[in-house]
Design a protein around this ligand. Structure first.
Ligand code: 13P
Ligand code: SF4
Length: 356
């Protein structure tokens, strides 16, 4: 639906009034009505870098989800204020790993005698607490665009000892990267279930594993199945299936290409006219791509469509409210990570930014 012209005008006016004092970041999954006001759009990695590269902006308005705004707060100076237009914009995957659960997991690994040779690698889609845990234990953060480099780095840390990675919280990104990019077998990976005693694993299983995958997943990408891929290949002969690495391993294995949201956008920019694409990622992005490329056939990978409900929480009314409040001298919905957490989370994030 077209945006309310009144609200569009109000957002534009508030932004103009704030001028260089505000910088608006927009993740690719954001609604059209919001993304039109982003000074920069990007995937999680690009947005983290963009936030860190704006020291002159007094306010960073983050149109994305909570963990992204936390990361932006960690990577910006204390004087800068990061605002999330709706505090209910969380991420169900990030919520699947709590600080208590991860501390308990580390105890389990310690008891099995493997903690010493394990390096944690945490997906950006995690709370600042989990990032701090990662930093404290010598690990790094990764996103879907640098997961291979992060795992390569982590496995080099223990050399020449045979080391392991504890991958949090997305089992699919962890498994897909280990198997597809590092050439491991599925048997090298075990899944740690935080809801079972000992993670549901024996000490022998932990000792034998190379990748200990946290049992988390994205509910949006989890909806794509092998059947969705088979079905679209039947419906659209010659279709290229392009999916996000948060999809299940069987889906990624059946796809033609895999990559982050930024990768998906670039792949379509480079695609020839007349080519056909089925995209396995969030719906706002797929719809925008279809509109931007009328010369190509672009469809959503599954027959039933699905938005990320928390990304969609950030709508134009919330953005207008945030911008108008800032323009009136009132900071609302500030995301502020406590200094102790920030110190170690920053260590982990900086390791990611320094990856080759
Ligand atoms: P990227 O934009 O980094 O590919 O991540 C997708 C995502 O799920 C963010 O929540
Ligand atoms: Fe979280 Fe999935 Fe939404 Fe990304 S798409 S914010 S991983 S729930």
């Amino acid at each position: 639906a077209p945006s309310d012209p009144d609200l569009v005008e109000r957002a534009r006016a508030a932004k103009e009034q704030l001028g260089d004092r505000v910088f608006v970041l927009g993740h690719h999954y954001q609604r059209d009505e919001v993304i039109q006001f982003a000074d920069v759009t990007g995937d999680s990695f690009k947005l983290a870098r963009e936030a860190a590269a704006r020291p002159q902006a007094e306010f960073i308005v983050f149109c994305g989800v909570h963990f992204m705004a936390e990361s932006a707060d960690i990577l910006t100076s204390d004087a800068q204020q990061v605002v999330l237009p709706d505090l209910a914009a969380g991420c169900s995957m990030a919520d699947m790993a709590t600080a208590e659960q991860v501390a308990e997991c580390w105890d389990v690994l310690t008891e099995a005698g493997v903690a010493e040779t394990t390096v944690p690698v945490s997906y950006m889609n995690s709370s600042a607490d989990i990032k701090a845990f990662t930093g404290r234990h010598g690990g790094t953060i990764c996103t879907s665009s640098n997961a291979k480099r992060a795992l390569d780095w982590a496995f080099e840390q223990g050399a020449p000892r045979q080391n392991k990675v504890l991958f949090l919280p997305d089992q699919h990104l962890g498994r897909n990267t280990a198997v597809r990019d590092l050439g491991m077998s599925l048997d090298d990976c075990v899944v740690y279930n935080p809801h079972k005693p000992g993670g549901g694993l024996t000490a022998e299983q932990l000792r034998a594993a190379k990748m200990i995958l946290w049992r988390g997943h994205c509910s949006v990408h989890g909806r794509f199945s092998l059947d969705s891929v088979r079905d679209v290949r039947e419906r659209i002969p010659g279709v290229n299936v392009l999916v996000h690495p948060e999809c299940k391993h069987e889906v990624v294995s059946a796809a033609d290409q895999v990559g982050s949201t930024e990768f998906i956008i670039k792949a379509l920019d480079a695609a020839p006219a007349g080519s056909k694409w089925a995209i396995g990622t969030e719906l706002n992005l797929v719809r925008r791509l279809a509109l931007a490329h009328p010369d190509k056939e672009i469809v959503f990978l599954d027959r039933t469509v699905c938005f990320c409900s928390t990304m969609n929480r950030i709508d134009l009314p919330h953005l207008v409210w945030a911008l108008e409040s800032l323009a009136a001298g009132r900071t609302v919905n500030r995301i502020q990570v406590d200094p102790e957490t920030e110190k170690f989370a920053k260590l982990a994030l900086e390791r990611m930014l320094a990856l080759p």
